[in-house]
Design a protein around this ligand. Structure first.
Ligand code: ADP
Length: 351
């Protein structure tokens, strides 16, 4: 069975075609600049037409959908009622869900009768206990507006956790794992016997680790204070926290860890500081997650920095297990969110 995996973003459609259950990658690519000024590809429908001209015999489609709120705890076959719910979730994920939805609508039209599956980034973290996902805010905000920690990168955390179990030759049900997804966006998860019990991203992907351009955890009182000091509105403040902060904001040089490593070697103090802060925050979360898991069998690194930057990995792990009777294994596992989506879509469609 051939499964087309679609990751539809605001101005791009990334795709991979897999033959399942062999997990053979038949084709992959990306259509970019959708809807941008001067681009020939005006919308997602046109983008998807291009994708379909490059792939053949699609038996089913798996879509990445960023936010499923509490409604979706596992992948689902896309029906009108599902589309309605994803549309409702655009309010909570205005940057992502509308683009995901555009991909789904284009597929529905251009591949009539082909089964489509939605796989949610938030679903893996729906197993968190309430003590991990409720904020210290009035409880009514959770009940009325769904304000809670959701967590993201779930498909990646789940994929590498299962790969780790395979590599260790142990059932996932017997493992306590900490998974570090360190790319431009960064998050970390505590995975207890295959289930996420805590993760660093929150209501939005801004919480937690220091990232390429996102600040991660800060004192929430700072938002109003910065707005006041800089005389900016909420929209600009949101932009500052999401796009001008993190490694880029601290270093004043770049959000790219490769650039910061090179600059640090040349003695650039701010590049060194940004890297130090990045590493320190990760160490703190690992310590916290060893504590909530009551131990850890393996620490897993994935995504751009996690997979490729050995120097950063070594600095993160240096000394952090010295208090444990048995040090966890440290594994580097390339993530493959698209393959995970294909596996899940295949499982659902074949039944
Ligand atoms: P995204 O979240 O955009 O998918 P990636 O997983 O590609 O991000 O990670 C990007 C980060 O990984 C950057 O900080 C980059 O410097 C770092 N990185 C280090 N080595 C590589 C590499 N070989 N390829 C891609 N990114 C790398």
């Amino acid at each position: 069975m051939n499964i087309l995996v679609i990751n539809s973003g605001s101005s791009s459609i990334k795709y991979k075609l897999f033959n399942m259950p062999k997990r053979a990658l038949l084709n992959k690519g990306a259509i970019e600049h959708i809807g941008e000024k001067g681009s020939k590809i005006k919308n997602h429908r046109m983008g998807l037409k291009q994708v379909l001209s490059k792939v053949r015999s699609v038996d089913a489609v798996g879509h990445r959908v960023v936010h499923g709120e509490e409604k979706f705890t596992k992948p689902v076959l896309i029906k009108d009622s599902v589309i309605k719910e994803i549309r409702k979730s655009c309010a909570i994920a205005p940057l992502h869900n509308p683009a995901n939805l555009a991909g789904i609508m284009a597929c529905k039209e251009l591949l009539p009768g082909v089964k489509q599956v939605a796989v949610f980034d938030t679903a893996f973290h729906q197993s968190m206990p309430d003590r991990a996902y409720i904020y210290g805010l009035p409880y009514e905000l959770y009940l009325k507006f769904g304000i809670r920690k959701y967590g993201f990168h779930g498909t990646s955390h789940e994929y590498v956790a299962h790969e780790a179990a395979r590599m260790l030759g142990k059932p996932i049900k017997k493992l306590k794992l900490i998974t570090c997804h360190l790319g431009n966006g960064c998050s970390i998860a505590a995975v207890d016997r295959g289930k996420s019990i805590d993760t660093s991203m929150g209501f939005t992907p801004l919480e937690g680790l220091v990232m390429g351009t996102r600040c991660g955890d800060i004192d929430p009182a700072l938002v109003g204070y910065i707005m006041n000091k800089k005389k900016i509105g909420l929209k600009e403040a949101d932009y500052l926290l999401n796009h001008e902060s993190g490694l880029k904001g601290i270093s004043g040089i770049s959000n790219d860890m490769r650039v910061l490593e090179a600059k640090s070697r040349q003695g650039d103090k701010r590049a060194m500081l940004a890297t130090d802060i990045f590493i320190y925050r990760i160490k703190k979360y690992i310590g916290a997650y060893i504590s909530v898991l009551s131990g850890c069998d393996a620490l897993i690194f994935t995504a751009g920095i996690g997979e490729n930057q050995r120097g950063i990995r070594l600095k993160i792990t240096k000394g952090i297990f010295s208090h444990l009777r048995k040090a966890p294994k440290v594994l580097v596992i390339p993530t493959d969110e698209e393959l995970m989506i294909a596996i899940k879509a295949y499982q659902l469609v074949k039944n």
